[in-house]
Ligand binder design. Structure first.
Ligand code: F6R
Length: 613
């Protein structure tokens, strides 16, 4: 859960590295560091805290002159955030410097071994162990490629490494296994990074190295070798994202920018092809026979993506009549799922790197199931490992809390359900056409929620309720799932204790928590269940709750008779209603967090991509 960047070329490396790290800060922000190859030494500057502290410490890079360097933004796993645990880590002789994203699982065993040979360590990190082992291997052979091959052969776990060697001022090394890494080609310069936004300012031509690959980058070339050190060829691809996609523009926060981008994202995702890198000849998405043979679908994902999966269960069962289980990816392997070749396992992940989702995918493949990934980041581990992939067109999502990627994932889920329903003939062609037309109109309807009036209402509600200590979200059917997402968004951003329950569950326990003045956000947009949800609203009102009811224009008048506040959203095709409903809840979380002085783009204790289990 860290970000790495590296540069070799004609510019001052430190500036490029600091700029690149600022684009990767979403991956970790408890310490940062850079190392530049200067004529005398591998000069390092590292610091606990945000990138700004490092900038100040190294005078925005002016203290480290040179055109070759590596950088790191950290999210502590081994050892607390501190200057000495921050990367880059150097060998004691100062010959090799290394940045690392991932986890070396056998580092304790290796550390014992190195200690017994007289090595000493200055940090508690697994990374310094890898650096030390590499230094030892280099001292033996004097050949960096051989030393990297020998070192990685001893490492278990996941790693993307950027490596400098004092003896080699004209090259940088990079290695990847189960951690993201891209290699960028510019004009007379090359870069490495954990994610595209860090290099978009210099190039969009990239190589996605395969697992185990080792790269040697000079200012003119990129050579790639496999884990045994044999040369291999990897294709050069073009990143579709632009520099502006990863910039704030006129917005005060990425989260607001990304909320506002949702109509555009939905338009793009609805128009994109439904198959990505799959071999179309064998695509399940195109083969009615394979779909008819499906006995069950599992959807595995984490956090917000899991909520999309949960909505997917409701949608696929209702519209396609395929038994569907949604499951948190962290539980998938331990739940003994029943898998065979007639099972489809859908993995949903914005980053495409989430360790638990990747592990669920591997388990599904090992048991012979067909796997389909819904992913936002091209070339990511999950996208590469799945049998088929559908890319969401959300563009880079920088705010730690997901908004636009969630909406894009949901749009893919609708399209998937409609594709299956058409092939399985579980819905009439006319009904499917209506839903498809409604999907094309969805961006406009979401645009309605994002008009100044709608935004203003959520800001006012946040002003009123931001000081509360607990909030409850209730709803039925798909509204209950949107409640889960609304409450996750609120708790992760504002640190308010927020809980979500299916409205019918309240009286089985949680209603005991309702007392005078406790805010309850009730979603009541499922037409046939509106009156049942309002009965639950009356129950909490009777116990003193202050109720904010989110409903469609159809029921707004009626809701006003019971609720304290009504948030009215456009009524859309029932399949698509969850996409509209989540938007005011995102805005509410955003404004509430701002009112409480929280860092909305980087909430405490959270990192955007969770590459550890
Ligand atoms: C919540 C949030 C997280 C992610 C989860 C999965 O706002 O962003 O819950 O949804 O960590 O991440 P991905 O989609 O990258 O697998």
């Amino acid at each position: 859960m860290c970000g790495i960047v590296g540069y070799i070329g004609h510019r001052q490396a430190a500036g490029v590295l600091l700029e690149g790290l600022s684009k990767l800060e979403y991956r970790g922000y408890d310490s940062a560091g850079i190392c530049v190859h200067t004529p005398q030494a591998l000069a390092v500057s590292r610091s606990k805290g945000r990138l700004q502290t490092l900038r100040e410490k190294c005078d925005s890079g002016a203290d480290l002159p040179g055109t070759l360097g590596i950088g790191h933004t950290r999210w502590a796993t081994h050892g607390a955030p501190s200057d000495c645990n921050a990367h880059p880590h150097r060998t004691r002789d100062g010959k090799i410097a290394l940045v690392h994203n991932g986890i070396i699982e056998n580092y304790l065993e290796l550390k014992e071994e190195l200690l017994s040979r007289g090595h000493r360590f200055t940090s508690e990190t697994d990374t310094e162990v890898a650096a030390c082992l590499l230094g030892e291997n280099y001292a033996k052979t004097g050949d960096m490629l051989c030393a990297i091959v020998a070192t990685t052969a001893r490492l278990t776990g996941s790693y993307a490494l950027g490596i400098l060697c004092l003896d080699q001022p004209d090259r940088m090394y990079a290695v990847r296994k189960d951690s993201p890494l891209i290699l960028g080609w510019g004009d007379n310069e090359c870069l490495i990074a954990s994610d595209a936004p860090a290099i978009l300012g210099y190039t969009r031509r990239v190589i996605y190295p395969a697992d185990g690959d080792i790269a040697i980058l000079t200012d003119q070339s990129i050579q790639i070798f496999n884990a045994l050190g044999n040369p291999v060829l990897r294709p050069t691809e073009e990143v579709q994202w632009s520099v502006a996609d990863a910039e704030l523009g006129d917005y005060p926060h990425f989260m607001l920018k990304e909320i506002m981008e949702q109509p555009r994202v939905l338009t793009d995702t609805a128009a994109a092809p439904l198959t990505g890198n799959s071999d179309c000849a064998n695509s399940l998405l195109l083969d009615p026979e394979q779909i008819r043979n499906l006995r069950r679908i599992y959807i595995a994902a984490c956090g917000s993506a899991y909520h999309v999966g949960f909505l997917g269960k409701y949608i696929l069962e209702k519209y396609c009549r395929i038994p569907t289980e949604s499951i948190q990816a962290s539980e998938f392997r331990y739940a003994a799922p029943i898998l065979d070749q007639n099972t489809l396992v859908i993995l949903i992940s914005q980053s495409g790197e989430t360790a638990d989702t990747l592990a669920a995918l591997r388990e599904a493949k090992a048991q012979g199931a067909h796997t389909l990934a819904i992913v936002n980041v091209m070339g990511s581990a999950i996208a590469k490992a799945a049998d088929e992939v559908i890319y969401t067109c959300a563009g880079p999502e920088i705010a730690v809390a997901t908004t636009k990627a969630y909406s894009a994932q949901l749009a893919v889920m609708y399209r998937l359900a409609l594709r299956f329903a058409r092939l399985l003939e579980t819905q009439s062609q006319e009904d499917i056409r209506q839903a498809e037309d409604a999907l094309l109109d969805l961006p406009r309807q979401i645009g309605q929620v994002l008009l100044p009036e709608g935004i203003g209402q959520m800001r006012t509600l946040a002003d009123r309720f931001h000081a509360c200590e607990d909030i409850f979200f209730i709803g039925r059917n798909v509204d209950a799932v949107t409640c889960l997402e609304g409450s996750l968004k609120l708790k992760e951003l504002s640190y308010i204790h927020a809980e979500a329950y299916p409205a019918g569950e309240l009286k089985h326990g949680p209603i005991s928590l309702i007392e005078e003045g406790v805010p309850v956000i009730a979603l009541a947009t499922v037409r046939e269940l509106f009156h049942k949800t309002m009965a639950n609203v009356k129950e909490v009102k009777a116990r003193g709750a202050t109720v904010i009811c989110l409903t469609t224009e159809e029921f707004a008048e009626e809701a006003r008779r019971t609720a304290d506040v009504v948030v009215e959203v456009p009524k859309v095709h029932p399949l698509l209603q969850p996409s509209v409903n989540i938007v005011p809840l995102q805005l509410f979380s955003y404004f509430t967090a701002l009112n409480r002085g929280c860092d909305v783009d980087k909430p405490r204790n959270l990192a955007k991509s969770v590459t550890v289990e």
